[in-house]
Design a protein around this ligand. Structure first.
Ligand code: GLY
Length: 263
């Protein structure tokens, strides 16, 4: 297990390791502090990991409300976002409570935007279950939903209170989903060179924890220097300008990772 500290507008840890979900209650307790958790996940991830996570948290005395939505980018829209806000209100969630995003980029982006805007901001924890979310979208505080006019057009910079990355969850990714994540890793390797770029010449799965660690350290350094993307953070958009256009024009038949790789 490794911890990467982040010192941005919030100070928090990114914790990476195998099997961390089983100890989620211990990691979450200092944030939840006796409050409730809204566990946000999609209908593909929730059956795999959400139900077990809910039991783990409940067994530790944490009240859990589960919000489950249909898997896929098409769900990252105003309808699901408003439904999530109404769900938080219907469960009487307050700023003492915590939104937990369990899943990939769609889940983290949308749950993060809901956490940023519900009651002007409540606690937020990212639990990425895809490689792409672990190395990119769960880190750095970008949250958003898509509008009809384009991807990520409504959003907020909102840092999480914690990122808990259980690498064991990547075991259920198919090769194509795993490759989506490697596109963002290659992006960070190209941007920073050094130890991560060297590791890219070796089989990634042999040292995944280290690859994720080096990767998020590169992103962390850029985010700490330019959290709101006035300058240096624009480097992280390498491949994304063309990539977003390709992704959009494919009608989202291409995945984000494939589009970034093309970009
Ligand atoms: N995915 C690019 C960024 O977080 O800035």
């Amino acid at each position: 297990m490794v911890t990467v500290p982040v010192n941005a507008s919030k100070v928090y840890d990114i914790i990476i390791g195998s099997g961390l979900l089983a100890d989620a209650a211990a990691y979450l307790s200092p944030i939840v502090k006796g409050g409730a958790v809204a566990l946000v996940s999609d209908d593909r991830v929730y059956p795999l990991y959400g139900e077990a996570l809910r039991h783990t948290l409940q067994d530790s005395g944490i009240k859990v409300h589960s919000f489950i939505f249909p898997n896929g980018e098409a769900s990252k829209n105003t309808d699901t976002y408003i439904a999530l806000l109404n769900f938080l209100a219907s469960r009487a969630m307050t700023r003492n409570d915590t939104v937990v995003a369990l899943g990939g980029g769609v889940t983290g982006d949308m749950a993060g935007f809901a956490a940023a805007t519900y009651m002007r901001g409540i606690n937020f924890v990212q639990m990425p279950t895809t490689l792409l979310a672990a190395v990119d979208s769960s880190v750095g505080g970008k949250t958003a939903i898509d509008l009809q006019a384009g991807k990520n057009l409504a959003g907020a910079f909102y840092q999480p209170n914690l990122v808990l990355c259980d690498t064991r969850t990547f075991a259920t990714l198919d090769d194509s989903s795993f490759a989506d994540g490697t596109a963002e890793i290659i992006k960070h390797g190209i941007l920073a060179g050094g130890k991560l770029l060297k590791l890219l010449y070796t089989p990634l799965k042999a040292h995944l924890e280290t690859v994720i660690q080096y990767n998020v350290m590169i992103k962390r350094d850029i985010v700490e220097a330019d959290e709101r993307e006035h300058g240096r953070r624009q480097l992280l958009n390498l491949g994304h300008t063309i990539g977003h256009a390709v992704e959009h024009l494919s009608g989202f038949q291409l995945t984000h990772g494939q589009a970034v790789a093309i970009g």
